[in-house]
Design a protein around this ligand. Sequence first.
Ligand SMILES: CC(C)(COP(=O)(O)OP(=O)(O)OC[C@H]1O[C@@H](n2cnc3c(N)ncnc32)[C@H](O)[C@@H]1OP(=O)(O)O)[C@@H](O)C(=O)NCCC(=O)NCCS
Length: 173
Amino acid sequence: MTQTRPFTTATTAMAVGALSAVRPATQADVPGILALVQEHARRGNLLPRTRDSIEASLPDWLVAVVPHGGALEVLGCVQLLAYSPRLTEVRSLAVSDAARGQGVGSRLMVALIAEAGRRQVHTLFALTHAVDFFLRFGFTVTEHSRFPDKVWRDCRICPLRKRCTEIAVSLKL
Ligand SMILES: CC(C)(COP(=O)(O)OP(=O)(O)OC[C@H]1O[C@@H](n2cnc3c(N)ncnc32)[C@H](O)[C@@H]1OP(=O)(O)O)[C@@H](O)C(=O)NCCC(=O)NCCS
């Protein structure tokens, strides 16, 4: 099995976004997803993830991949994390620097919303700094307190808990 890696290139102007395909993640994508999420976690955009947590939730991930150097590389990823049959978090949404601003994040969101519809999700939510990005897809700003299970699961152990600057957004499907 050929493992996919995160897409990294010094040539940031490459039109890789248009060449990419969005699809459900496979085991081969795990190293690429992990590297992408960890890079954004280092910058404070996302919570860190472990390989185990990605593998355990693999059927809930979508990736954007692009052929590069004879292999497929991961340009972007996102997970649907169900808190209940009706409530799902948009988690670990990330696009590599080399592909930013080329519509990859938008295509992942469109695919994620379609998948949430197939799963009969009632409400999607996220805690994010990229508020304007989510507003484009019909999300509206809301209160963290609407998602106590998220706060219990992640926020209570987050080092930034007392000075969190993330905004809660939600979308009723
Ligand atoms: C947010 C993110 C996934 C968007 O990916 P992307 O592929 O660059 O997005 P697109 O190219 O589809 O952008 C669509 C539009 O959203 C805008 N946009 C992109 N990122 C944005 C952000 N962080 N905040 C606000 N607007 C943003 C773009 O400017 C673009 O607008 P335009 O069409 O007028 O030019 C990407 O910036 C990222 O990985 N950010 C770091 C991780 C993060 O914050 N994830 C969200 C956590 S929930």
